[in-house]
Design a protein around this ligand. Structure first.
Ligand SMILES: [Zn+2]
Length: 302
């Protein structure tokens, strides 16, 4: 049994927003997810609490290249740490300009406050992976599973009978059963996400570790995958119905926000926690991703 420790990155000063996972292997330490540049001091403090410095990290694995998961990957790469990533994400770590331009389009003047600095990774520190690749580091053996849906460049990492599931499992903080599924542009893909969930569910993991936030174990694993599968079509349907009624983007965002607020209240989540969810999965971003998805479906195949 490998010791697995969640490190809380205190995103936006709140607990249980973004996790990095420290794996203490037989021959060293591995990090899964490193969070954004803005939370790097918390990550280093989390490591220090385990008596570790950045030089003690043998490898970093990121589930995908979104800023809340891989924003500080370049900093780690520049310390000499190998970064493991989906093959479609790898080029963007080396040359982040396009990734940052599209993030700036979403987050506007909030960009720096939310995410901090994103450094380019030296190409020789970036290791690109395909479905089924085995990553050996610190005496550990992890399997990469190609799991598109939230993004095409998404991997789930399996370690024995547990898995690190990134955004495939959505945002579910340990305080509550409320689940939010971030459906960002440009790659949100409903059938791909459902298929990825079905594949991961069939592997019957004993535990899954969510980046947002924490582990689910035992029967809660299958129950969680079922909840993701039933909620995804509801997100897609909300925007599909709105489009059929010729609703504009602002109206759709307002509808989604009202629906999320209703679900939050129904599950007893205190109102002051709403900004935590909105920072991790803004409603306008979800609507933009869903709009883009439905527009792609409407286009005749080339
Ligand atoms: Zn993401």
């Amino acid at each position: 049994m490998t010791d697995i420790f969640p490190l809380d990155l205190h995103f936006q000063g709140n607990p249980h927003g973004i996790a990095a996972y420290l794996l203490r292997g037989p021959a060293g330490n591995v990090l899964i997810e490193v969070g954004p540049g803005s939370t790097l001091p918390y990550l280093q403090a989390g490591l220090a609490a385990h008596g570790l410095a950045p030089a003690d990290i043998a490898a970093v694995l990121v589930t995908h290249i979104h800023l809340d998961h891989a924003g500080s990957a370049g900093w780690w790469a520049r310390q000499g740490v190998p970064i493991h990533v989906h093959h479609l994400g790898a080029p963007h770590l080396v040359d982040p300009e396009r990734l940052l331009t599209s993030a700036r389009r979403i987050y506007l003047d909030q960009m720096d406050t939310l995410w901090g600095e994103f450094l380019a990774s030296p190409a020789d520190r970036v290791f690109a992976h395909h479905d089924g690749d085995v990553i050996e580091a610190a005496g550990l053996r992890l399997i990469a599973h190609d799991t598109p849906g939230h993004a095409r460049h998404h991997l789930v990492y399996q370690l024995g009978d547990v898995a690190f599931v990134g955004d495939l499992a959505g945002v579910r903080r340990p305080e509550s059963r409320y689940l939010r599924l971030p459906t960002p542009p440009p790659e949100f893909d409903l059938p791909a996400w459902l298929a990825s969930v079905a594949r991961m569910r069939a592997l019957n993991f004993q535990a899954i570790y969510l980046t947002h936030f924490g582990p689910l174990t035992g029967p809660a694993v299958a129950a969680h995958w079922d909840q993701v599968s039933s909620l995804l079509p509801q997100y897609a349907g909300l925007v599909q119905t709105g489009l059929a009624a010729s609703q504009d983007r602002d109206t759709l965002v307002a509808h989604l926000a009202a629906w999320e607020a209703e679900r939050l209240i129904a599950l007893g989540v205190p109102h002051e926690q709403l900004p935590i969810y909105d920072a991790l999965g803004p409603n306008f971003m979800a609507v933009d991703g869903l709009l883009r998805y439905w527009q792609k479906q409407a286009r005749p195949p080339a």
